[in-house]
Design a protein around this ligand. Structure first.
Ligand code: PLP
Length: 388
């Protein structure tokens, strides 16, 4: 069986986890946390502080609290995303406002954001799908024009860049994921919040330390530690941070390997046009090969392709069902403007096996089977009309 995804392991994870255990310093914000936070800031080439969190979901929730999301606020995002992007804001009373995506990147269409802005709009949450950056210049310009916050859902995008600037350094806040399905993991669950707007730093530390000024106490700037604001527990355990450090040390190696695999799929599968559409991005986009997806004509062909590949022992999967069509989405959100691409494009996506260390022979087998599917089914596949 060729799995769709496999957990990345690069070598030092076990050693660092055992070391953390030996040192008996397991609670959050210890040595390994600091090492990881520095490593992430270095990878992002930023002075902005990074705080490790239990998940990207938690980092997004921290962002919602930091920008004071409250009842009635509106937050603009794509409907084609993971539930956490919306939940983080809905939990604090916001209404989620969806706008359409672009067909080629599957990211929010920056040109369609302005029509959705109202007096109640508080933030824009771009999601860098597949590690491919959203049009951040346009988004930041709009945010400035209307005094909105930008929270980047960078869950999939560590090591990606846009116009040579690392993704996750432009918005006021950015959340990354270290879930086991992402390019770098802290051993299953994990994430971080990058604080690009300095005005949030102090409160972010208080918020994650259960609303206390424990950090100031440890630094010796106050003589007792006390409850000073709203808070929760948003720390990552040192065991997880130790695991993550093993991966971050090898971030470039992991990134190179994934990109090499991505390029192989891209080179081989472009030969199967027009039945198979492969992603193509602008030159100013450098992505981290978080996923490789193809698009086929429609969801019926997609279902048969996925089944066919399964019969050949290849696990391929589709992705998000747009949130605005889900039961909770109908309750908590509205879609502004027309859904031209969100639903239709989401129904055409098939994600192929891609992980650190996948062999080129495994990939070639996947390519061969996709090819044979289309050879066998060529009579009932209509050539897709270009929609550009
Ligand atoms: C994975 C993911 C999340 C959630 O990350 P967790 O670390 O599992 O909480 C949020 N948004 C997007 C776009 C994701 O891909």
């Amino acid at each position: 069986m060729i799995d769709f995804t496999k957990v990345t392991l690069v070598g030092n994870e076990e050693r660092y986890v055992l070391q953390a255990m030996k040192e008996k310093s397991l609670a959050g914000d210890g040595y390994y946390t600091k090492q990881c936070e520095n490593a992430i800031s270095n990878l992002l080439n930023t002075e902005a502080p990074t705080l490790l969190t239990p998940s990207c979901t938690a980092a997004l929730e921290m962002a919602a609290v930091l920008i004071n999301i409250s009842e009635g606020d509106e937050v603009i995002m794509p409907s084609y995303t993971f539930v956490s992007t919306a939940n983080a804001f809905i939990l604090h009373g916001a209404k989620v406002v969806f706008v359409d995506i672009e067909a080629d990147t599957m990211n929010i269409d920056a040109k369609k954001i302005e029509q959705a802005i109202t007096e109640k709009t508080k933030a824009i949450v771009p999601v860098h799908y597949a590690g491919v950056s959203c049009a951040m210049d346009e988004i930041m310009t709009l945010a400035q024009k209307y005094s909105l916050y930008v929270i980047e859902d960078s869950a999939q995008a560590l090591m990606s860049s846009y116009k040579s600037t690392p993704v996750g350094t432009r918005g006021h806040l950015a959340a990354f994921s270290f879930h086991s399905t992402k390019n770098y993991t802290s051993g299953g669950e994990g994430g971080c919040l990058v604080i690009n707007d300095q005005s949030f730093i102090e409160r972010a530390h208080i918020l994650r330390e259960k609303g206390t000024n424990r950090r100031n106490f440890i630094q010796g700037t106050v003589d007792k530690y006390t409850w000073v604001d709203k808070g929760s527990s948003f720390l990552m355990s040192e065991i997880q941070a130790a695991f993550l450090l093993g991966q971050l040390e090898k971030a470039h190696e992991i990134n190179r390997d994934r990109n090499k695999s991505w390029d192989l799929y891209s080179d081989e599968l472009k030969k199967l046009a027009p039945q198979v559409e492969i992603p193509s991005y602008k030159n100013n986009i450098k992505h981290n090969a978080h996923m490789f997806h193809i698009k086929v004509e429609n969801k019926e062909i997609r279902a048969s392709l996925i089944n066919y590949l399964k019969s050949k022992n290849i696990q391929s999967v589709f992705h998000y069902v747009p949130l605005h069509s889900s039961p909770a989405g109908m309750r908590y959100s509205t879609f502004i403007g027309q859904d031209i691409y969100t639903t239709i494009e989401s129904e055409r996506i098939v994600r192929l096996p891609l992980w650190f260390g996948i062999s080129s022979s495994e990939q070639r087998y996947v390519v061969e089977q996709i090819k044979s599917f289309f050879e066998k089914n060529s009579h009932n596949c209509f050539h897709r009309q270009s929609n550009k």
